[in-house]
Ligand binder design. Sequence first.
Ligand SMILES: *Cc1c(COP(=O)(O)O)cnc(C)c1O
Length: 333
Amino acid sequence: MIDLPVTLPDIERAARRIEGRVLRTPFVLSAVLTERCGVPVGLKLEHHQTTGSFKLRGATNVVLSLSPEERLRGVVAASTGNHGRALTHAARAEGSVATICMSTLVPENKVAEIRRLGADVRIVGGSQDEAQTEVERLVAEDGLVMVPPFDDVAIVAGQGTLGLEIFEAMPDVATVLVPLSGGGLAAGVAAAVKGRAPRTRVIGLTMERGAAMKASLDAGRPVQVEEVASLADSLGGGIGLGNAVTFAICHALLDDVILLSEAEIAAGMRHAYCEEREVIEGAGAVGIAALLSGRLGRLDGPVAVVLSGRNVDMAQHLRVINGNADPFREEAA
Ligand SMILES: *Cc1c(COP(=O)(O)O)cnc(C)c1O
């Protein structure tokens, strides 16, 4: 096999490093999905992670890998979503500070939330690109350390710790279903699970609208796709044309990538709420959505599903629960 940038020993080291700093989230059997699918279906409740998503694992691993001088200078990112929250929390927990750059377009409630977690928020420019330019300026002029959301070996190793926990909870797991965007989570989980059990299948799930990793895997190299609004907003964005880590791992290790429609993602969120009593965001619902859609084909053994996050706008969640199959589209109309 070709050498991959992150392998099982890196993930085991990350697990030792972040132990006690992130939650070991519950893994529970879903009675309803088990009955429906005819094989045991376990849910990794990672949306209960501190800051509401798995991104705390990677961010904590990065911050703990910094030198004392780097921690003193602080970290910086342009993410207004789960990566921004996680990095802010991880930096603060280790006595460092995260600077989060955002454009003037970011809604006030998101700004307030990241600030409440302890970030030094910089509002700059009218687009995400301009916010990213400010990140690069802070790196060049003030020596802050930029922490990317997925394409980084320490991020991937941190996210991979979730795969170790799944394997420990379900050693005979045959299929792992994992949400896929930039691929930090899927690459880490696949490297961990296949490092322990090479024949376990790892399947990436993402939305039909703007699936950059899927398009890149099909093309055999990183490509850009048009970004479209989706219920699974945490799965938006490209993988970077200069992708150095996650594309190669996803290319080598993912057994399949399945795309879900907005209606299927909504059905996944509804199932999580009504049957499992869990509030999850669209990105966190794609695994359940894939099981409900029947598009996984025959399942030949126990399935583990990663519920990756819960940071959903609650008004939107309510619309989904009340049965509007595509609330985003209605809102935009
Ligand atoms: C970031 C994120 C993902 C996708 O993770 P990648 O590492 O970018 O593939 C999935 N679900 C949630 C909730 C996220 O925040």
